[in-house]
Design a protein around this ligand. Structure first.
Ligand SMILES: Cc1cc2nc3c(=O)[nH]c(=O)nc-3n(C[C@H](O)[C@H](O)[C@H](O)COP(=O)(O)OP(=O)(O)OC[C@H]3O[C@@H](n4cnc5c(N)ncnc54)[C@H](O)[C@@H]3O)c2cc1C
Length: 441
Protein backbone atom coordinates (compact mmCIF):
# COMPACT_ATOMS: atom_id res chain seq x y z
CA UNK A 1 0.00 0.00 0.00
CA UNK A 2 1.32 3.47 -0.74
CA UNK A 3 2.74 5.54 2.10
CA UNK A 4 3.28 9.26 1.75
CA UNK A 5 7.01 8.97 2.27
CA UNK A 6 9.73 6.79 0.81
CA UNK A 7 11.88 6.08 3.85
CA UNK A 8 11.57 6.18 7.65
CA UNK A 9 12.91 9.34 9.25
CA UNK A 10 15.53 9.06 11.97
CA UNK A 11 14.57 11.51 14.68
CA UNK A 12 16.27 12.59 17.87
CA UNK A 13 13.65 14.25 20.12
CA UNK A 14 14.56 17.73 21.28
CA UNK A 15 13.58 19.75 24.32
CA UNK A 16 12.43 23.38 24.17
CA UNK A 17 15.09 25.89 23.13
CA UNK A 18 16.17 28.37 25.80
CA UNK A 19 14.07 31.52 25.33
CA UNK A 20 12.25 34.20 27.26
CA UNK A 21 9.09 32.22 26.56
CA UNK A 22 10.45 29.04 28.16
CA UNK A 23 11.72 31.03 31.15
CA UNK A 24 8.19 32.42 31.71
CA UNK A 25 6.16 29.39 30.61
CA UNK A 26 3.16 28.09 32.51
CA UNK A 27 3.14 24.44 33.54
CA UNK A 28 4.36 22.13 30.76
CA UNK A 29 4.33 18.54 32.02
CA UNK A 30 5.94 15.88 29.84
CA UNK A 31 3.74 13.49 27.89
CA UNK A 32 5.01 9.98 27.31
CA UNK A 33 5.90 8.69 23.83
CA UNK A 34 3.63 6.37 21.85
CA UNK A 35 4.66 2.76 22.53
CA UNK A 36 1.56 0.83 21.42
CA UNK A 37 -0.84 0.34 18.51
CA UNK A 38 -3.92 2.53 18.93
CA UNK A 39 -7.11 3.17 17.00
CA UNK A 40 -9.09 6.41 16.98
CA UNK A 41 -11.31 8.59 14.81
CA UNK A 42 -8.65 11.20 14.03
CA UNK A 43 -4.87 11.16 14.32
CA UNK A 44 -3.33 14.65 14.39
CA UNK A 45 0.38 15.08 13.59
CA UNK A 46 2.23 18.08 15.10
CA UNK A 47 1.35 19.87 18.35
CA UNK A 48 1.62 23.52 17.28
CA UNK A 49 -1.36 25.85 16.93
CA UNK A 50 -2.64 23.96 13.86
CA UNK A 51 -2.56 20.49 15.40
CA UNK A 52 -3.73 21.59 18.86
CA UNK A 53 -6.66 23.55 17.44
CA UNK A 54 -7.71 20.65 15.18
CA UNK A 55 -7.48 18.21 18.08
CA UNK A 56 -9.40 20.48 20.45
CA UNK A 57 -12.25 21.22 18.04
CA UNK A 58 -12.62 17.54 17.17
CA UNK A 59 -12.54 16.30 20.77
CA UNK A 60 -15.12 18.92 21.73
CA UNK A 61 -17.38 17.47 19.03
CA UNK A 62 -17.07 13.94 20.48
CA UNK A 63 -14.36 12.44 18.21
CA UNK A 64 -11.61 10.29 19.69
CA UNK A 65 -8.31 12.02 18.92
CA UNK A 66 -4.64 11.03 19.20
CA UNK A 67 -2.10 13.86 18.85
CA UNK A 68 1.50 12.93 17.99
CA UNK A 69 4.37 15.38 18.41
CA UNK A 70 8.04 14.78 17.49
CA UNK A 71 9.39 16.84 20.38
CA UNK A 72 7.39 18.79 22.97
CA UNK A 73 4.06 20.61 22.74
CA UNK A 74 4.63 23.84 20.76
CA UNK A 75 8.31 23.03 20.36
CA UNK A 76 8.09 24.49 16.82
CA UNK A 77 7.17 27.99 15.67
CA UNK A 78 4.15 28.10 17.99
CA UNK A 79 6.38 28.23 21.06
CA UNK A 80 8.95 30.68 19.68
CA UNK A 81 7.21 33.31 17.58
CA UNK A 82 6.74 37.07 17.89
CA UNK A 83 3.38 36.70 19.65
CA UNK A 84 1.70 39.16 17.29
CA UNK A 85 -1.97 38.53 16.58
CA UNK A 86 -2.63 40.46 13.40
CA UNK A 87 -5.54 41.45 11.23
CA UNK A 88 -5.60 40.67 7.50
CA UNK A 89 -3.13 38.42 5.64
CA UNK A 90 0.54 38.99 4.90
CA UNK A 91 -0.71 40.26 1.52
CA UNK A 92 -3.02 43.25 1.96
CA UNK A 93 -6.35 43.75 0.20
CA UNK A 94 -5.18 45.85 -2.79
CA UNK A 95 -2.92 42.99 -3.91
CA UNK A 96 -5.47 40.30 -3.08
CA UNK A 97 -8.03 42.10 -5.25
CA UNK A 98 -5.53 42.47 -8.09
CA UNK A 99 -4.62 38.79 -7.91
CA UNK A 100 -7.89 37.07 -7.10
CA UNK A 101 -10.69 39.54 -7.84
CA UNK A 102 -12.97 41.46 -5.48
CA UNK A 103 -15.17 38.60 -4.32
CA UNK A 104 -12.40 36.16 -3.41
CA UNK A 105 -10.32 38.91 -1.81
CA UNK A 106 -13.28 39.80 0.40
CA UNK A 107 -13.75 36.14 1.38
CA UNK A 108 -10.05 35.95 2.28
CA UNK A 109 -10.36 39.07 4.46
CA UNK A 110 -13.32 37.47 6.25
CA UNK A 111 -11.25 34.35 6.87
CA UNK A 112 -8.48 36.43 8.47
CA UNK A 113 -11.08 38.15 10.66
CA UNK A 114 -12.49 34.73 11.68
CA UNK A 115 -8.96 33.64 12.59
CA UNK A 116 -8.29 36.67 14.79
CA UNK A 117 -11.63 36.29 16.59
CA UNK A 118 -11.11 32.56 17.06
CA UNK A 119 -7.87 33.07 19.00
CA UNK A 120 -9.48 35.68 21.25
CA UNK A 121 -12.52 33.41 21.78
CA UNK A 122 -10.32 30.42 22.66
CA UNK A 123 -8.35 32.50 25.18
CA UNK A 124 -11.62 33.57 26.83
CA UNK A 125 -13.37 30.21 26.66
CA UNK A 126 -10.45 28.27 28.14
CA UNK A 127 -9.15 31.00 30.48
CA UNK A 128 -5.70 30.86 28.92
CA UNK A 129 -3.13 32.95 30.79
CA UNK A 130 -1.06 34.39 27.96
CA UNK A 131 -0.91 38.16 28.70
CA UNK A 132 -3.07 39.15 25.75
CA UNK A 133 -2.57 42.90 25.20
CA UNK A 134 -4.59 44.81 22.57
CA UNK A 135 -2.92 47.02 19.98
CA UNK A 136 -1.06 46.19 16.79
CA UNK A 137 0.84 48.76 14.71
CA UNK A 138 2.24 48.32 11.22
CA UNK A 139 4.95 50.93 10.66
CA UNK A 140 5.75 52.23 7.17
CA UNK A 141 9.40 52.61 6.19
CA UNK A 142 8.67 54.61 3.01
CA UNK A 143 5.95 56.98 1.81
CA UNK A 144 5.03 54.35 -0.80
CA UNK A 145 4.42 51.82 2.00
CA UNK A 146 2.25 54.30 3.86
CA UNK A 147 0.18 54.99 0.71
CA UNK A 148 -0.32 51.24 0.42
CA UNK A 149 -1.61 51.11 4.02
CA UNK A 150 -3.96 53.99 3.16
CA UNK A 151 -5.26 52.13 0.11
CA UNK A 152 -5.80 48.97 2.18
CA UNK A 153 -7.56 50.93 4.95
CA UNK A 154 -9.91 52.63 2.46
CA UNK A 155 -10.96 49.28 0.96
CA UNK A 156 -11.74 47.58 4.25
CA UNK A 157 -13.45 50.69 5.68
CA UNK A 158 -15.52 51.72 2.65
CA UNK A 159 -16.28 48.32 1.12
CA UNK A 160 -16.31 45.98 4.14
CA UNK A 161 -17.38 48.38 6.91
CA UNK A 162 -14.22 47.72 8.99
CA UNK A 163 -13.73 50.97 10.84
CA UNK A 164 -11.11 49.98 13.40
CA UNK A 165 -7.90 50.96 11.60
CA UNK A 166 -6.35 54.31 12.51
CA UNK A 167 -3.70 55.86 10.25
CA UNK A 168 -0.98 57.66 12.19
CA UNK A 169 1.26 60.34 10.69
CA UNK A 170 5.05 60.49 11.09
CA UNK A 171 5.01 62.55 14.30
CA UNK A 172 2.38 60.35 15.97
CA UNK A 173 4.21 57.18 14.91
CA UNK A 174 7.57 58.41 16.13
CA UNK A 175 6.07 59.65 19.39
CA UNK A 176 4.37 56.33 20.15
CA UNK A 177 7.13 54.01 18.91
CA UNK A 178 10.07 55.99 20.26
CA UNK A 179 11.85 55.52 16.93
CA UNK A 180 12.31 57.93 14.06
CA UNK A 181 12.61 55.12 11.53
CA UNK A 182 9.11 55.46 10.15
CA UNK A 183 6.99 57.80 8.04
CA UNK A 184 3.61 56.67 9.39
CA UNK A 185 1.68 53.69 10.74
CA UNK A 186 -1.49 51.66 10.63
CA UNK A 187 -2.86 51.05 14.14
CA UNK A 188 -5.42 48.36 14.90
CA UNK A 189 -6.86 48.09 18.42
CA UNK A 190 -8.70 44.83 17.61
CA UNK A 191 -5.43 42.98 17.05
CA UNK A 192 -2.71 42.60 19.70
CA UNK A 193 0.02 40.45 21.18
CA UNK A 194 0.53 37.67 23.68
CA UNK A 195 2.85 35.00 25.10
CA UNK A 196 2.88 32.47 22.25
CA UNK A 197 4.13 29.43 24.17
CA UNK A 198 1.61 29.97 26.97
CA UNK A 199 -1.16 30.26 24.39
CA UNK A 200 -0.19 26.86 22.97
CA UNK A 201 0.16 25.31 26.44
CA UNK A 202 -3.32 26.65 27.19
CA UNK A 203 -4.66 25.00 24.01
CA UNK A 204 -2.95 21.75 25.12
CA UNK A 205 -4.60 21.88 28.56
CA UNK A 206 -7.98 22.40 26.88
CA UNK A 207 -7.24 19.43 24.59
CA UNK A 208 -6.49 17.16 27.52
CA UNK A 209 -9.66 18.29 29.31
CA UNK A 210 -11.64 17.49 26.16
CA UNK A 211 -10.14 13.97 26.05
CA UNK A 212 -7.31 14.24 23.47
CA UNK A 213 -4.55 11.67 24.02
CA UNK A 214 -1.23 13.52 23.52
CA UNK A 215 2.09 11.75 22.88
CA UNK A 216 5.33 13.75 22.82
CA UNK A 217 8.71 12.57 21.45
CA UNK A 218 6.71 10.56 18.92
CA UNK A 219 7.84 11.53 15.44
CA UNK A 220 5.62 10.17 12.70
CA UNK A 221 7.69 8.25 10.18
CA UNK A 222 5.04 7.29 7.68
CA UNK A 223 1.40 7.92 6.82
CA UNK A 224 -0.32 5.10 4.91
CA UNK A 225 -2.93 6.47 2.54
CA UNK A 226 -5.46 3.73 3.30
CA UNK A 227 -8.98 3.84 4.69
CA UNK A 228 -8.64 3.78 7.63
CA UNK A 229 -5.23 5.45 7.43
CA UNK A 230 -2.24 4.17 9.41
CA UNK A 231 0.35 6.39 10.99
CA UNK A 232 3.57 4.91 12.35
CA UNK A 233 6.18 6.14 14.81
CA UNK A 234 9.39 4.38 15.90
CA UNK A 235 7.60 2.45 18.67
CA UNK A 236 3.90 2.47 17.85
CA UNK A 237 1.13 3.12 15.37
CA UNK A 238 -2.27 4.76 15.11
CA UNK A 239 -5.05 3.52 12.86
CA UNK A 240 -7.49 6.36 12.21
CA UNK A 241 -10.46 7.20 9.99
CA UNK A 242 -8.87 10.62 9.37
CA UNK A 243 -5.38 12.09 9.60
CA UNK A 244 -4.57 15.78 9.99
CA UNK A 245 -1.06 17.03 9.32
CA UNK A 246 0.10 20.23 11.07
CA UNK A 247 3.91 20.08 10.79
CA UNK A 248 4.38 23.41 8.97
CA UNK A 249 8.04 24.54 8.66
CA UNK A 250 9.24 21.43 10.53
CA UNK A 251 7.67 18.98 8.04
CA UNK A 252 11.07 17.75 6.83
CA UNK A 253 10.83 14.87 4.35
CA UNK A 254 7.59 13.44 5.82
CA UNK A 255 5.60 14.28 2.70
CA UNK A 256 6.93 15.41 -0.65
CA UNK A 257 3.69 16.84 -2.03
CA UNK A 258 3.43 19.19 0.94
CA UNK A 259 7.13 19.97 0.95
CA UNK A 260 7.05 21.15 -2.67
CA UNK A 261 4.63 23.94 -1.73
CA UNK A 262 6.67 25.55 1.05
CA UNK A 263 9.89 27.43 1.63
CA UNK A 264 10.72 27.28 5.36
CA UNK A 265 13.28 29.81 6.66
CA UNK A 266 14.75 30.73 10.03
CA UNK A 267 13.98 33.94 11.88
CA UNK A 268 15.64 35.22 15.05
CA UNK A 269 14.60 37.10 18.17
CA UNK A 270 16.11 38.56 21.31
CA UNK A 271 14.78 39.71 24.64
CA UNK A 272 16.47 42.56 26.49
CA UNK A 273 16.86 42.92 30.23
CA UNK A 274 13.98 44.90 31.82
CA UNK A 275 14.35 48.45 30.52
CA UNK A 276 15.03 51.23 33.05
CA UNK A 277 12.35 53.93 33.53
CA UNK A 278 14.09 56.59 31.42
CA UNK A 279 14.06 54.24 28.39
CA UNK A 280 10.68 52.59 28.87
CA UNK A 281 8.92 55.95 29.13
CA UNK A 282 9.70 56.64 25.47
CA UNK A 283 9.37 53.25 23.85
CA UNK A 284 6.05 51.87 22.55
CA UNK A 285 4.06 54.22 24.72
CA UNK A 286 0.74 52.53 23.85
CA UNK A 287 2.08 49.00 24.72
CA UNK A 288 1.03 47.82 21.27
CA UNK A 289 3.09 45.37 19.24
CA UNK A 290 4.90 46.77 16.21
CA UNK A 291 5.97 45.32 12.89
CA UNK A 292 7.29 47.18 9.91
CA UNK A 293 7.42 47.26 6.13
CA UNK A 294 11.08 46.34 5.75
CA UNK A 295 11.22 43.41 3.34
CA UNK A 296 13.04 41.66 6.15
CA UNK A 297 10.28 42.49 8.61
CA UNK A 298 11.25 43.78 12.06
CA UNK A 299 8.67 43.00 14.76
CA UNK A 300 8.78 43.89 18.42
CA UNK A 301 6.83 44.50 21.58
CA UNK A 302 7.20 45.03 25.31
CA UNK A 303 6.64 42.27 27.83
CA UNK A 304 4.67 42.76 31.07
CA UNK A 305 8.04 43.06 32.90
CA UNK A 306 9.19 45.86 30.54
CA UNK A 307 11.61 43.94 28.36
CA UNK A 308 11.74 44.46 24.62
CA UNK A 309 11.30 41.35 22.47
CA UNK A 310 12.71 42.17 19.04
CA UNK A 311 12.60 39.97 15.93
CA UNK A 312 14.71 40.34 12.81
CA UNK A 313 17.35 38.47 10.82
CA UNK A 314 16.86 35.62 8.38
CA UNK A 315 18.64 32.30 7.98
CA UNK A 316 18.45 28.88 6.40
CA UNK A 317 15.89 26.57 8.06
CA UNK A 318 17.01 24.88 11.25
CA UNK A 319 20.43 26.58 11.27
CA UNK A 320 21.29 28.80 14.21
CA UNK A 321 24.45 30.82 13.68
CA UNK A 322 26.71 31.66 16.61
CA UNK A 323 25.90 35.02 18.17
CA UNK A 324 22.18 35.31 17.36
CA UNK A 325 22.02 37.97 20.10
CA UNK A 326 24.55 40.17 18.26
CA UNK A 327 22.88 39.61 14.87
CA UNK A 328 19.44 40.66 16.11
CA UNK A 329 20.89 43.44 18.27
CA UNK A 330 22.37 45.04 15.14
CA UNK A 331 18.88 45.11 13.61
CA UNK A 332 17.33 46.42 16.84
CA UNK A 333 19.80 49.30 17.05
CA UNK A 334 18.67 50.54 13.63
CA UNK A 335 15.26 51.15 15.20
CA UNK A 336 16.31 51.92 18.77
CA UNK A 337 19.91 53.23 18.91
CA UNK A 338 19.13 54.36 22.46
CA UNK A 339 19.22 50.69 23.56
CA UNK A 340 22.91 50.23 22.70
CA UNK A 341 23.90 49.67 26.32
CA UNK A 342 21.01 47.46 27.30
CA UNK A 343 21.83 43.85 28.22
CA UNK A 344 20.44 41.04 26.06
CA UNK A 345 19.10 38.23 28.25
CA UNK A 346 17.75 35.74 25.70
CA UNK A 347 18.04 35.01 21.99
CA UNK A 348 16.70 32.17 19.87
CA UNK A 349 15.58 31.18 16.40
CA UNK A 350 12.62 29.37 14.90
CA UNK A 351 11.45 28.12 11.52
CA UNK A 352 8.59 29.89 9.84
CA UNK A 353 6.96 28.60 6.74
CA UNK A 354 6.49 30.62 3.55
CA UNK A 355 4.56 29.97 0.40
CA UNK A 356 5.17 31.81 -2.86
CA UNK A 357 1.62 33.20 -2.80
CA UNK A 358 2.15 34.44 0.82
CA UNK A 359 -1.21 32.83 1.58
CA UNK A 360 -1.52 29.53 3.45
CA UNK A 361 -1.47 26.22 1.62
CA UNK A 362 -4.40 23.93 2.49
CA UNK A 363 -4.99 20.60 0.84
CA UNK A 364 -5.86 16.89 0.88
CA UNK A 365 -3.28 14.10 0.53
CA UNK A 366 -6.13 11.58 0.27
CA UNK A 367 -9.92 11.84 0.84
CA UNK A 368 -9.28 11.25 4.59
CA UNK A 369 -5.90 13.02 5.04
CA UNK A 370 -5.82 16.82 5.29
CA UNK A 371 -3.12 19.42 5.86
CA UNK A 372 -2.68 23.17 6.46
CA UNK A 373 0.70 24.90 6.33
CA UNK A 374 2.64 27.92 5.03
CA UNK A 375 1.07 30.75 7.03
CA UNK A 376 3.97 33.05 6.04
CA UNK A 377 4.28 34.84 9.39
CA UNK A 378 0.54 34.95 10.18
CA UNK A 379 0.12 31.54 11.75
CA UNK A 380 -0.74 32.65 15.27
CA UNK A 381 -4.27 33.34 14.04
CA UNK A 382 -4.37 31.34 10.81
CA UNK A 383 -2.90 28.20 12.44
CA UNK A 384 -5.74 28.09 14.97
CA UNK A 385 -8.23 28.63 12.15
CA UNK A 386 -6.50 26.05 9.91
CA UNK A 387 -6.93 23.47 12.68
CA UNK A 388 -10.60 24.36 13.13
CA UNK A 389 -11.28 24.23 9.38
CA UNK A 390 -9.73 20.76 9.18
CA UNK A 391 -11.92 19.70 12.12
CA UNK A 392 -14.88 21.08 10.14
CA UNK A 393 -13.77 19.05 7.13
CA UNK A 394 -13.86 15.84 9.19
CA UNK A 395 -17.48 16.67 10.05
CA UNK A 396 -18.29 17.30 6.37
CA UNK A 397 -18.11 21.13 6.31
CA UNK A 398 -15.71 22.05 3.52
CA UNK A 399 -16.58 25.56 2.32
CA UNK A 400 -13.88 27.70 3.98
CA UNK A 401 -11.23 24.97 3.82
CA UNK A 402 -11.88 24.66 0.08
CA UNK A 403 -11.69 28.42 -0.42
CA UNK A 404 -8.15 28.35 0.96
CA UNK A 405 -7.35 25.06 -0.81
CA UNK A 406 -8.29 26.74 -4.11
CA UNK A 407 -5.60 29.45 -3.78
CA UNK A 408 -3.06 28.59 -6.49
CA UNK A 409 0.32 27.68 -4.97
CA UNK A 410 3.61 27.39 -6.82
CA UNK A 411 5.36 24.05 -6.51
CA UNK A 412 9.13 23.81 -6.32
CA UNK A 413 11.26 20.65 -6.45
CA UNK A 414 11.55 19.02 -3.05
CA UNK A 415 15.29 19.53 -2.79
CA UNK A 416 16.79 21.07 0.38
CA UNK A 417 19.84 22.15 -1.69
CA UNK A 418 17.72 23.98 -4.26
CA UNK A 419 15.52 25.53 -1.57
CA UNK A 420 18.60 26.84 0.25
CA UNK A 421 19.88 28.40 -2.98
CA UNK A 422 16.48 30.06 -3.53
CA UNK A 423 16.58 31.35 0.06
CA UNK A 424 20.14 32.68 -0.32
CA UNK A 425 19.13 34.57 -3.46
CA UNK A 426 15.97 35.78 -1.74
CA UNK A 427 17.93 37.08 1.29
CA UNK A 428 20.31 38.95 -1.03
CA UNK A 429 17.39 40.48 -2.92
CA UNK A 430 15.56 41.43 0.29
CA UNK A 431 18.71 42.98 1.80
CA UNK A 432 19.36 45.02 -1.31
CA UNK A 433 15.75 46.15 -1.58
CA UNK A 434 15.76 47.28 2.06
CA UNK A 435 18.97 49.25 1.52
CA UNK A 436 17.49 50.98 -1.54
CA UNK A 437 14.22 51.67 0.27
CA UNK A 438 16.03 53.27 3.19
CA UNK A 439 17.27 55.89 0.67
CA UNK A 440 13.68 56.66 -0.39
CA UNK A 441 12.46 57.85 3.01
C1 LIG B 1 10.60 33.53 14.80
C2 LIG B 1 9.16 33.46 14.35
C3 LIG B 1 8.32 34.56 14.59
C4 LIG B 1 6.99 34.51 14.20
N1 LIG B 1 6.15 35.52 14.55
C5 LIG B 1 4.83 35.42 14.31
C6 LIG B 1 3.94 36.40 14.79
O1 LIG B 1 4.33 37.33 15.49
N2 LIG B 1 2.63 36.29 14.47
C7 LIG B 1 2.16 35.25 13.71
O2 LIG B 1 0.96 35.22 13.42
N3 LIG B 1 2.98 34.26 13.30
C8 LIG B 1 4.29 34.32 13.59
N4 LIG B 1 5.13 33.31 13.20
C9 LIG B 1 4.57 32.16 12.50
C10 LIG B 1 3.81 31.23 13.47
O3 LIG B 1 4.56 31.00 14.62
C11 LIG B 1 3.51 29.92 12.75
O4 LIG B 1 2.85 30.18 11.54
C12 LIG B 1 2.64 29.00 13.58
O5 LIG B 1 3.16 28.81 14.87
C13 LIG B 1 2.50 27.67 12.87
O6 LIG B 1 1.87 26.76 13.71
P1 LIG B 1 1.87 25.23 13.29
O7 LIG B 1 1.17 24.48 14.35
O8 LIG B 1 1.31 25.11 11.92
O9 LIG B 1 3.40 24.82 13.18
P2 LIG B 1 4.53 24.68 14.33
O10 LIG B 1 4.20 25.49 15.51
O11 LIG B 1 5.84 24.89 13.69
O12 LIG B 1 4.35 23.19 14.79
C14 LIG B 1 4.67 22.09 13.98
C15 LIG B 1 4.96 20.94 14.92
O13 LIG B 1 4.99 19.73 14.17
C16 LIG B 1 5.95 18.89 14.78
N5 LIG B 1 6.32 17.87 13.79
C17 LIG B 1 7.01 18.05 12.63
N6 LIG B 1 7.17 16.88 12.00
C18 LIG B 1 6.57 15.93 12.76
C19 LIG B 1 6.42 14.53 12.66
N7 LIG B 1 6.93 13.85 11.62
N8 LIG B 1 5.74 13.85 13.62
C20 LIG B 1 5.21 14.53 14.69
N9 LIG B 1 5.35 15.87 14.84
C21 LIG B 1 6.01 16.56 13.90
C22 LIG B 1 7.07 19.83 15.15
O14 LIG B 1 7.92 19.27 16.16
C23 LIG B 1 6.31 21.05 15.63
O15 LIG B 1 6.12 21.07 17.03
C24 LIG B 1 6.48 33.35 13.55
C25 LIG B 1 7.31 32.24 13.32
C26 LIG B 1 8.64 32.30 13.73
C27 LIG B 1 9.51 31.10 13.52
Amino acid sequence: MPGTNAMPLPHKPMDYPQSYYLATATEHPRHSPLTEDLSCDVCVIGAGYTGLSAALHLAQRGYSVVLLESNRIAWGASGRNGGQLGSAHTVFQPDLIRKYGKERARALWDIAEDAKSLVKDLIREHNIECDYTPGNMGCAVTKGDFSYYQEHTAIVRDDYGYGHYQLLNKEETNDISGSNAYVGALYDPTAGHLHPLNLALGYARACIKAGVRIFETSAVQDIRKTDPARVTTANGSVTASFVIVGCNGYLGPLNRKMSRKILPAENFQLTTAPLPDHLIENIIRNRSCLWDSHNQVYYYRLTPDNRLIFGGGLGLPGRHPKGIDKIVQAHMLKIYPQLARVRIDYSWGGTFCNTFSHLPDFGRLAPNIFYAQGYTGHGLALGALGGKLMADLVTGIAEKFDLLASVPQWSIPDSPFLKNQILRLGFLYIGLKDKLRSLQR
